[in-house]
Design a binder for this molecule. Sequence first.
Ligand SMILES: Cc1cc2nc3c(=O)[nH]c(=O)nc-3n(C[C@H](O)[C@H](O)[C@H](O)COP(=O)(O)O)c2cc1C
Length: 325
Amino acid sequence: MATRSAKRVLDAAVEAARWAPSVHNTQPWMFSVAEDEISLRADTDRKLRVGDASGRELLISCGAALFTLRTVMRCEGFEPIVRILPDPDRPSLLATLRPGADIQADELTVALGGEIERRRTHRAGFADVPVPDELIERLVRAASSEGAHLTPVRSADAVDVIAALTRAAQGVQAQDRRFSLEVIRWARPPGSNRKDGVPAEGYPRQAPRTEPHFAQRDYAWRHDWGSQADQRGSVATGVVAVLTTPGDSRQEWIDAGQALQHVLLHASAYGVSAAFHTQVLEMEPLREFLRREVCSGEYPQMIMRLGVTFDDKTSVRRPLSEVLE
Ligand SMILES: Cc1cc2nc3c(=O)[nH]c(=O)nc-3n(C[C@H](O)[C@H](O)[C@H](O)COP(=O)(O)O)c2cc1C
């Protein structure tokens, strides 16, 4: 591959990877480009010390960035050669990628690439529009292709259990000063020009409750923050789904992140958004309960609701100069 075109492909991939989802929009990644290789590193200064002491959510976030890099490389006409956790002596080096054989990206890959910047996290109920079963089946296959399992929760009783766990976890975290301070640290007031964290324009000021109610994170924390978007018609829970992995290793957290972004981009290409409720997974006893009782012993990595929404949401990202070494 000619040097000039290698540089263009690698730059385009890193530029796009900034738009991956990350817990509290911490963007816990650093990229470097040397010759024809991209290195993806964890930025552990951005780890949530309270909610994510093990770094699980950090690695899921970086895994989502890795899937984004792979997708852009494919869209640019190269099969990526990826090494995950290539050097045990450098645990922060999560992956390296190089453009391999020439390929012609298929229609679906091009569609995924088109969703990278458009996809947004939703934080309310969904419109009363069903998500086709066939799409859910495709999302399940997308997760499997990355080594994770997406399980739509079809039983109303199991959905109730997950909703109740979400409320319990949110209730406990709201009472815990350490958790609250961490969320406040990453919440941004209206009009903030910070390029990380969750902006006040990223969630509604008031959202009617879904039935059963899935507790949202309290990014507004005692403030009258949030967008004024009219949410009256948005009360559907959507399809509740849990993303799991067979084990709980660092490699599997990265796999879960790649699966997450594969699922989200595919869903977005069909007009479906996701809302997340991952408080439960930050509290080991509750996560363990969910693992045994709802996830057939697999390790839950993400809890989401999938549905259709018509409102526009905002998010922000740091400029390339801050994430490229
Ligand atoms: C591991 C992980 C956990 C997350 N947990 C939540 C959550 O509990 N509640 C929520 O509203 N968003 C959650 N998110 C979504 C992030 O807040 C979101 O990706 C980030 O703010 C960037 O916004 P965007 O996805 O709209 O681009 C999570 C994302 C990741 C990767």
